[in-house]
Design a protein around this ligand. Structure first.
Ligand SMILES: Cc1ncc(C[n+]2csc(CCOP(=O)(O)OP(=O)(O)O)c2C)c(N)n1
Ligand SMILES: [Mg+2]
Length: 398
């Protein structure tokens, strides 16, 4: 199936759809959330379409095969993530930032990108990376400390992982302004840009500056905030007193909240915002309301700052379970299909592990290779000095 070509999103109102405000099926523990765009409930019930507070009708029209493929994406992405966590625990990676719980927000938005669209990730966007067609081994080199991320951002339209919180939103804004200056917006084949960031990053100056610039220059940019409720140990209440998506109105562009555990709604909302951007209608802030099921990274112990019942409440909203329930109920997939997907994901994980273990250690002197395109006298001096230092070790192979 062609990447980014699935489903449709329709602008305008509908009589068939429910309004987000009147919808109650998105409730969690009996509490409805009228602000949330949702097309698949935690129980796996399909909502045909939803009209958001913005008057836009959100819907997807996937074929059965497309529903099955999106389920496969979710399962594979989760399995590879679990494998990376295991590799870190066995000392094969220095660190891992798990996406557990955020698969739907990432696969939904990642699949909503059209081939010409550019993405700017944080360090947790392994699901988007997978949807961009990048070999999942790539970020593992980074987390193993043997390379600095091995993919070409221009080839895959997916920038390098960014650890500096919020910085990529400014990079994305500058890039999106450039897209406009190059005259690449305005039609169906126009380019759009998406910037990923977290709830914690929303407090950063960089992100707020990016909002200002993107707004006043009408940049073709989607700000995709995965509100996973925590910035390491800091809960959402320490970032904001209003829903994050509402921040956008103060900057002069639309904001919308989507159920980030609903892959269909995440797809529909992102596709609509990207299409608006590519047609020259400026930025949108999407708040994907989700939950970080695991630790912040493998260096973190979340039991020190959150209670088990909170995690359990979110387990009931698992992004994969609901798709499976829907596929089973609608008889779109049978037991053989689910078994085949599990086996395929397992094989991909084994393959990933084998390749991680055989990654060569870099030569220490290669540290100097990519500092400047053409080197510099000062750098050459430093390289020579470091070389002499390495040679001072008895039996040094360097
Ligand atoms: C500028 C900057 N300040 C602080 C840090 C340390 N840091 C790493 S992750 C993180 C929390 C980010 O939280 P959020 O934006 O919600 O993203 P999440 O990790 O939840 O996906 C912080 C403070 C950093 N990497 N960069
Ligand atoms: Mg967060």
């Amino acid at each position: 199936m062609a990447k980014g070509e699935r489903g449709t999103t329709t602008r305008g109102t509908t009589t068939r759809g429910r309004t987000a405000a009147s919808r109650r099926s998105g409730s969690t523990a009996g509490r409805p959330d009228p602000e949330l765009i949702q097309l698949l409930t935690p129980e796996g019930d399909r909502i045909e379409s939803v009209t958001g507070p913005d008057g836009v009708e959100y819907r997807v029209d996937f074929t059965d095969a497309e529903y099955r493929e999106i389920y496969r994406d979710l399962v594979v992405v989760r399995k590879l993530d679990a494998e990376a966590t295991a590799l870190q625990r066995q000392g094969e990676l220095g660190l891992w930032a798990s996406l557990l719980g955020q698969e739907a927000a990432q696969v939904g938005s990642g699949r909503a990108l059209r081939p010409q669209d550019m993405a700017f990730p944080t360090y947790r966007e392994h699901g988007v990376l997978y949807c961009r067609g990048i070999d999942p081994i790539m970020p593992l080199g980074l987390f193993r400390g043997v390379d600095q991320g091995g993919w070409d951002p221009n080839e895959f339209k997916f920038n390098m992982y960014t650890i500096v919180i919020g910085a990529q939103t400014l990079h994305a804004t500058g890039y999106a302004m450039g897209v406009t200056m190059d005259g690449k917006t305005g039609g169906d084949d126009g380019e759009a840009v998406i910037a990923y960031f977290g709830d914690g990053a929303s407090s950063q100056g960089d992100v707020n500056e990016a909002f200002v610039w993107a707004s006043v220059f009408n940049a073709p940019l989607v700000f995709f905030c995965q509100n996973n409720q925590y910035a390491i140990s800091q809960p959402l209440e320490r970032q904001t007193r209003i829903p994050l998506y509402q921040r956008a109105s103060g900057f002069g562009f639309p904001g919308i909240r989507v159920d980030g555990n609903d892959v269909l709604a995440s797809y529909a909302v992102t596709r609509a915002a990207l299409d608006n951007a590519r047609h020259g209608q400026g930025p949108t802030l999407i708040e994907a309301y989700t939950y970080r099921m695991g630790a912040h990274t493998t260096s973190d112990d979340p039991t020190r700052y959150r209670i088990a019942s909170e995690v359990e409440a979110w387990q009931a909203k698992d992004p994969i379970t609901r798709v499976r329930a829907f596929l089973e109920r609608q008889k779109i997939a049978d037991a053989d299909f689910f078994a085949e997907v599990d086996e395929a994901a397992r094989r991909e994980a084994v393959h990933l592990r084998e390749r991680v273990l055989s990654m060569p250690d870099p030569q220490p002197l290669s540290l100097f290779d990519h500092v400047y395109p053409g080197g510099s006298p000062e750098l050459d001096e430093q390289r020579a000095e470091f070389g002499r230092y390495l040679e001072s070790f008895e039996g040094s192979a360097h």
